[in-house]
Ligand binder design. Sequence first.
Ligand code: TK8
Length: 338
Amino acid sequence: NNTSNEEADNAGDEANADNGGGGEYAQEDATHTIRGGIGLNSDHPQYQGLLEFKEIVESETDGDIFVETYHSGQLGDDRTMMEALQLGSQEVTIPSTAPIANFVNEFSVFDFPFLFPDSETADEVLDGEVGQELLDMLEDQNLIGLAYWENGFRDLTNSEREVASMEDFDGLTIRTMENDLHLDAFRELGANPTPMAFTELFTALQQGTVDGQENPYATIYLEGFYEVQDYVSNTHHIYSPFVFMVSQQFYDGLSEDYQQIVSDAAVEAGEFQREANREANDEYLEELQNEGMTFTEISDEARQEMQDTVQPVIDEYSGEIGQDLVDRVYEAIEEAQQ
Ligand code: TK8
């Protein structure tokens, strides 16, 4: 009956391979299991980064920590997965900062429109003191923020018209992430924003429930949004970081050595993920045009007009977040550019 055992083993391997179990370790041999889930699909650099994290943690613990990886919202949307970490029914997720603001409102500072001038500055500020200060605030929510990864500069797509400046936003129904600052900013720009979990977005675009959305080119291409969107503009209106986080309950149950391994792996895999996320970004814009999308360049003047228009939203949220913290973020940006 060894053939049937063999078949069972193969089936097991296939199942494992499905959630990133293609490694050399098996879950049944592990003391701890990490269920790591994200919303983007398995083609995206975010998932490649999660596989990198799996590789590092399993080899550093010789398989004593096994990592199961899930993508495409298999475990739910970003907010659901963060709640699962708080409940201890999931161990790792990597949301954008925008939905995190529903748990720790100070995180909205990183979603201020036009905050980071480029990704290198973002890296330096996020990996510095003020970035750590925000991560520390997650502990009140039973979440441990271990590293910043990169979602990227967000660009607008829609199915109605070319968008070359603010006037063209008028009346467009735009899906935004579930974050009040994003809603207020798009209202200020003249659009009609509607908050929605990422897991519902493709269907909403396909059915025309919303006219448009905004995400980095990698996401627009790899999630196939070009199939349901005709126009893309390089608005670059917000730089989205991802936060790699683990559940406090899980992390507290690890030895100090294992905590160090998990924490270091989140940072190391993040460096890999940021690199992978950047290297293909320009190609993705070309691919979008090859797939038939019309690309519209936003002029510096048009972008400046958008920036001036949303300033009152930044001022309002600065008050809510705390002007002192906001000032320290802007100071850190200044320093990073010296
Ligand atoms: C994927 C999301 C996505 C984000 C969004 O789970 O919701 O538009 O940009 O990357 O986190």
